[in-house]
Design a protein around this ligand. Sequence first.
Ligand code: SAH
Length: 357
Amino acid sequence: MNDAPSHTPSRRRPRRGLLDLDPDALSSVLVSWGEQPYRGKQVLAWAYERGATSYDEMSNVSKALRLRLSDELPVFQAEELDRRRAKDGTVKLLLGWRDGATSECVLIPEGGRRTACVSTQVGCGVRCVFCASGIGGLQRQLTTGEIVEQAMRVRSLCEEGERLSNVVFMGLGEPLANYNATVGALRTINAEWGMGIGARKITVSTVGLPKQIRELAREGLQVTLALSLHAPTDELRERLVPWAKTVTIEALTEAVRDYFAQTGREVTIEYVLLGGVNDSVDQARRLVTIARRMRANVNLIPYNPVAGLVYRQPEDEAVALFADMLSGRGVTVQVRKSRGRDVDAACGQLRRRRQGR
Ligand code: SAH
């Protein structure tokens, strides 16, 4: 940590970079500069296929154009402030943007899979009571390019011969509260001309904004939707997730059923298990009813302790009973393993530690 480069916050705003643009947008910029439109494809292929991180490497592009591009449309915009590798192979990056904002992104290796976890906002406005990300509130939105850059930087951490297989929008922030930038990033990460990650290998995790869930269902993307439910009743959910005060589980159920009807993609319910709060067998029984109505599978996430918060991890036995109740009633359930704990890999913890210094 001590040898991290200094990073001075400034008033500079995020600016447009190469990773904000699709081929059409890039071609029109180049044409407006008097270049041939095909140059756009060439440049994007250097960035996404060959992983060029600067224009210097783009040997079939003229020097003059390379200079103008690096001036006006930088490939990468962040500075790497910190990199930590956990014993289980998880690697966490802390990136610093021009305006001093920071973002966390993570590489999670598991079996043959290589998953990138990216952030969509700086901080978070939802303020779920057990989460580190919302503690300082929402600082700003990330741009499409800033989200894509995280995925690209994580991809470059993969070893020779490995390829990035999955991308999950589960870092800091609420993706659907930054809708346009999120959808732009989804398209680039999925596109043949972009990162080429199959839509089914991309997951968007949301606290549940019904209008945006319906909109996402109509984008023509087949991405997996994960819904952070965390409670089987509105009353408890309102205590854990402040935004639930305006969105009932019933409204979420309808939105999720619509997502399934439009995309044919089964939704995942995420449920953070907090010891003594939402981990009883009776609560599991109620969750069965909701999961069936949502036609969803369930991902149980044992609480990952956050310094300063009062919650405790569930007992192993409670987790097992909870999972058994679901699977015994025909709900597909998975218990998520905590990864990278020795490097503060849970949402927002690395960023928070740095701010706390
Ligand atoms: N805002 C989005 C995505 C970011 S969080 C959402 O709410 O889904 C990704 C997942 O990590 C969410 O399910 C979130 O509830 C969970 N999470 C947050 N803090 C956690 C903690 N301390 N322990 C375990 N899971 C946590």
